[in-house]
Design a protein around this ligand. Structure first.
Ligand code: EPU
Length: 454
C-alpha cells in the first residue's frame, strides 16, 4: 500500500499507475535526481539571496501599510508558500517581471496563519510578531516537529508575553492578543540550545511598534537576523546592537514601506563550498560574504582546502587528500547546523577519523543512514557522529529526508562512483533554486526526472 505520511507533495488528479511491475507515484514535486559521478567541479557559480533572511523580511513588510519591494528574494518553494500565506491575509503579493518581490500590505483583513500553510513551512511562525504588533491579534497554527527534531516555540511565546501579549492555545492554534498595544520590556531569549533565530525575529518585529524600550538579551546574532533588523531600521524602526546578543529597540508609532535587498545565502554558498571540496574541484563562488562564514572557512582550511576571498565572493580549491577534522555546530558565529550534513559528506572522504557534534538540533542526522548506503562509514552516538573516512563513496538509490540532508546527498552523489538516485528532491527545491542546472554548469552530470517512487 502506498503511504503518504509526508505532506508537501500533492496528488494530481490521475491515480497512481503500475509501471514495470512497480507502483510509480504520480505526485507533483516527487522528482528524482540521477547524479553521475565522480566529477570534478570547476567554474563560476553565483549565490542567490538568502531564504532564511527573505522569509522573515517578507513577514516584516506586514508591519507597514503600503507597498514594499524586496530585491534578491530567491524563487524557492518555501518563498512561494510564504507568498500564499501573506496573500490569504488580504495583502497583494507579486513577483514582478524584473524579479523583485512586491508586497502590498495596505490591507490585512485576516491575520491568520492557517494549518494548511504552516504545516508546509514551519517558518510561517514568523508572522506572529508582526501581525500582533500591527493588528493587535493573530492566530497561527502551532508548527509541529519535523525531520530535524521537535522544534518548540516556547521562547517566541515567552518573549511576546513579556511585551504584554495575552496568549492561549486553542485547537492547535496559538492565539495572541494585545488590543491595547505592546509595551517594551527586558527579555532574556536564551534556551537550552542557545539563542533562537526566528524567536528573536518574532520578538524584535513585535517590539519595533511597542511603547518604550525593549532589550533582548541572548538574541540570535545570525546574519539573517541582522539583515532583518537592518530592513526594519530602513522601514523607520530604531534598533541598535544589531549582530550582537543584546538588541536595544526603541519603539516607534509606525513604519513605512521599504525597498530592500536581502543578503546572499551563506548556507547555499557553504553548500557549493562543500561540493567543491568533495570533488577536489576549483569553484569561484560569486556574490557571497566569506566574512559571514568564518567558522566554515576555518573548517575548510583545516581540511586542507584553499579558500581565497576576493572582491564579491571567494574561490575554493579542493584536493584529493582531505584532512579529517572536528565540527561542532553552534549558534552564529559558530559552525551552522544548516551545513552540518553537507560537511559530513565531505568528511566521509577524508583520510582519517573526524567527529561531528550537533549542538543545535541533536536529532538532525537523517542523512547518516543514507550516506552509509553510499559506502560512507559513519557511526552515530547520540548527537555525535564519528566519521571514519573512506577512499571512495559508491552510488546508491537514496532518500532525501529534509532540505539540508538532501543537499548532503547531492554533494556525496557528485563524488560517488556510479549513478546516485535521490528520491523526493522536493526537499531540496525548498531551499535551492534549480541546483542541478547550476551544478551542471560547473561540470556536474545531474538529470532531473519526473516522479520518483513513493
Ligand atoms: N528552541 C527552543 N525554543 C524555542 C525556539 C527554539 O528550545 O522557542 C530551540 C530549538 O529546538 C533548537 C534551537 O533552539 O534546538 C535553535 O532553534 P531556532 O529557533 O534558532 O531555529 P529556527 O529559528 O526555527 C532557523 C532556521 C533553520 C536553522 C535554525 C538554526 C529559518 C527559516 N530557519 O530556524 O534553518 O537551522 O534557525 O540556525 O530561518 C534550514 O534552512 O534548513 C533550517 C532548518
Amino acid at each position: 500500500m502506498v503511504s503518504l505520511y509526508y505532506t508537501d507533495p500533492v496528488w494530481v488528479s490521475n491515480p497512481p499507475v503500475w509501471r514495470k511491475g512497480r507502483l510509480r507515484s504520480r505526485i507533483i514535486g516527487m522528482d528524482v535526481f540521477q547524479i553521475e559521478g565522480p566529477v570534478r567541479l570547476a567554474g563560476h557559480v553565483e549565490v542567490n539571496g538568502s531564504k532564511n533572511a527573505g522569509l522573515p523580511i517578507m513577514a516584516a513588510t506586514l508591519l507597514a501599510p503600503g507597498r514594499s519591494t524586496l530585491v534578491g528574494v530567491p524563487r524557492l518553494a518555501d518563498i512561494s508558500v510564504c507568498m500564499d500565506l501573506i496573500r490569504q491575509m488580504g495583502c497583494e503579493v507579486q513577483r514582478q517581471d524584473d524579479g523583485l518581490l512586491a508586497i502590498d500590505a495596505t490591507k490585512i483583513d485576516n491575520p491568520v496563519g492557517p494549518y494548511d500553510i504552516v504545516r508546509k513551512m514551519r517558518a510561517s511562525i514568523c508572522i506572529l510578531g508582526p501581525l500582533l504588533a500591527r493588528c493587535g491579534r493573530v492566530e497561527v497554527s502551532m508548527p509541529g516537529g519535523c525531520a530535524i527534531g521537535d522544534r518548540p516555540i516556547n521562547l517566541h511565546l515567552i518573549g511576546l508575553k513579556q511585551l504584554g501579549a495575552r496568549i492561549h492555545l486553542k485547537s492547535g492554534y496559538v492565539i495572541a492578543e494585545a488590543p491595547e498595544g505592546l509595551k517594551g520590556a527586558s527579555i532574556f531569549l536564551g534556551g537550552p540550545f542557545g539563542s533562537t533565530v526566528l524567536g528573536t525575529a518574532n520578538v524584535m518585529m513585535a517590539a519595533v511598534l511597542a511603547k518604550g524600550r525593549t532589550i533582548i538579551e541572548s538574541a540570535a546574532c545570525e546574519p539573517e537576523v541582522a539583515d532583518l533588523a537592518n530592513c526594519l531600521n530602513a522601514m523607520g524602526a530604531r534598533i541598535s546592537g544589531i549582530g550582537s546578543p543584546r538588541l536595544v529597540i526603541d519603539g516607534v508609532t509606525h513604519l513605512h514601506p521599504v525597498q530592500y535587498r536581502v543578503i546572499p545565502d551563506r548556507i547555499e554558498a557553504g553548500t557549493f563550498m562543500a561540493a567543491a571540496a568533495a570533488t577536489a574541484g576549483e569553484v569561484h563562488i560569486d556574490h557571497c560574504r566569506p566574512d559571514d562564514m568564518m567558522a566554515v572557512v576555518d573548517r575548510l582550511r583545516r581540511m586542507g582546502i584553499t579558500v581565497e576571498p576576493n572582491g564579491d565572493g571567494c574561490t575554493v580549491v579542493g584536493r584529493e587528500d582531505i584532512e579529517p577534522t572536528d565540527i561542532t555546530t553552534q549558534p552564529y558565529p559558530g559552525f551552522p547546523t544548516d551545513l552540518q550534513a553537507q560537511f559530513m559528506a565531505v568528511l566521509a572522504l577524508a583520510h582519517g577519523n573526524s567527529i561531528v557534534i550537533e549542538k543545535i538540533f541533536p536529532d538532525r542526522f537523517m542523512h547518516v543512514a543514507e550516506l552509509n548506503r553510499m559506502a560512507a562509514n559513519l557511526r552515530k552516538e547520540g548527537s555525535v557522529v564519528i566519521v571514519a573516512g573512506v577512499k571512495k563513496l559508491v552510488a546508491a538509490p537514496v532518500m532525501a529526508s529534509d532540505l539540508r540532508a538532501s543537499a548532503a546527498l547531492v554533494v556525496a552523489g557528485l563524488a560517488a562512483e556510479g549513478t546516485t538516485t535521490i528520491n523526493r528532491v522536493y526537499h531540496i527545491d525548498r531551499g535551492y533554486e534549480r541546483i542541478e542546472e547550476r551544478l551542471n554548469r560547473l561540470g556536474a552530470r545531474i538529470r532531473r526526472e519526473e516522479g520518483g517512487t513513493v
